[in-house]
Design a protein around this ligand. Structure first.
Ligand code: COA
Length: 371
């Protein structure tokens, strides 16, 4: 039987999917046959969400009905608000969404009255509300209104965060970012969701587990870790000196490298363009220059390229988004890809249960230590 000699299941084909391709011939990303460049240029996040969930791009009326439904689902039940009010302000926002997702599963469980699509719509609509309800309550005791008439998830999020009309360039940057983060084949969190689904567990359990997998800095948490690194530097020169030092100590630079892409991450250039645009419009003279220098040093020293997380960090920062919300935004987008994989797993399920090569002691007799 085949085993992954290099560890981490690298290069192991663990199943089939009709949702996305990642790095075919070393480059490229497609969602249900559409290239990521095409989608980021011409689609909205809600259209991409529909494509992932229903398999085909929506007609205009299908899209409008989908958005109308999401808008009705942004309010939070009183029981969930009570749970969110108990979570301390020191909690990590990822833990808030992990808890919020699990709690909603007890209040509005999946079942005959609420199928998997209904739960998916609910979570797409409610994740921004959960995070920002907690944020404002924990920070200054304010119980914000979590419903808004904004037609986009990006605009709704920014409106709740800043409690004012979002700037159009920030809204579209976030909309594009949500498109880029929506789906990525058998990545660690999606595979987690599929494993949980394969036991015939419920939808909320699969998503709660996926959030746990996404939290780590080798996966979704890299955008937050990248921000923490680049904001330390006062100049590109300081950044270069420190990255050289980190590399000489064999440290990993967050936001670089990828398990599947070999040549580049096709999403990175798109979000880099937005980071550059927003840097210019906010009068930034340091952060973008620092990011470009880290990029150049990684290329020169390691021939490594930035993944989506690296320039997402500065793009989000320029839109006034707190660093702790970077990975939660990933959830607000990836819920669509996770859902598509859960549907696919359920439609052709078999328990996912691999084997391991045993490396422990030879069989031996137990000696009782006595009373
Ligand atoms: N910075 C510096 N060196 C890196 C690196 C990085 N970000 N990513 C990988 N490398 C080096 C490793 O040190 C290793 O070198 P070695 O062979 O001399 O020991 C080699 O490249 C292979 O790395 P490995 O961690 O085994 O690759 P992987 O396929 O298991 O890991 C990632 C892929 C994404 C987990 C890895 O590149 C990483 O940790 N990146 C930083 C976190 C990140 O940005 N995650 C988001 C992914 S979208």
């Amino acid at each position: 039987m085949a085993t992954s000699k290099s560890g981490g299941l690298a290069g192991v084909v663990a199943g089939e999917t009709a949702v996305a391709t990642v790095g075919k011939e070393g480059v490229g990303l497609t969602y249900r046959g559409y290239s990521i460049d095409d989608l980021a240029e011409h689609a909205t996040f809600e259209e991409v969400a529909y494509l992932l969930l229903y398999g085909e791009a929506p007609t205009r009326s299908q899209r409008d009905d989908f958005i109308a439904d999401l808008k009705t689902l942004r309010g939070l039940p009183a029981g969930l608000k009570t749970v969110l009010e108990q979570i301390p302000g020191s909690a990590h926002p990822m833990d808030v969404l992990r808890t919020g997702c699990s709690a909603l599963g007890t209040l509005e469980p999946e079942g005959p009255a609420r199928d998997q699509l209904a739960v998916t719509h609910r979570l797409i609509a409610a994740f921004p509300s959960m995070l920002l309800y907690w944020y404002h309550f924990a920070r200054d005791g304010k119980k914000i209104e979590t419903e808004s008439d904004d037609a986009t998830t990006a605009g709704h999020f920014l409106r709740l965060l800043h409690q004012k009309e979002p700037e159009e360039k920030h809204r579209r940057m976030l909309d594009v970012s949500l498109i880029l983060y929506a789906e990525h084949e058998y990545n660690a969190s999606t595979f987690t969701a599929r494993i949980i689904t394969s036991t015939l567990s419920d939808f909320y359990s699969a998503i709660t587990g996926a959030i746990g997998a996404l939290r780590g800095p080798l996966h979704g948490g890299a955008n937050e870790a990248a921000m923490e690194m680049i904001e330390k530097y006062a100049s590109p020169e300081e950044a270069e000196a420190d990255v050289m030092e980190l590399l000489s100590n064999k440290a990993k630079i967050m936001g670089f490298g990828h398990r599947v892409y070999r040549i580049c991450d096709p999403r990175s250039e798109i979000i880099q363009g937005w980071a550059k645009t927003l840097s210019a419009s906010t009068g930034d003279t340091v952060l973008y220059a620092v990011s470009e220098r880290v990029h150049a040093v990684m290329k020169r020293e390691k021939n490594m390229f930035p993944n989506l997380d690296f320039y997402s960090a500065s793009a989000y920062h320029f839109a006034g988004i707190p660093t702790g919300m970077f990975t939660p935004l990933f959830i607000m987008s990836r819920i669509t890809g996770w859902a598509a994989h859960i549907f696919e797993q359920r439609a052709n399920n078999r328990l996912i249960r691999p084997s391991a090569d045993y490396t422990g002691p030879e069989p031996r007799a137990w000696t009782a230590v006595g009373q």
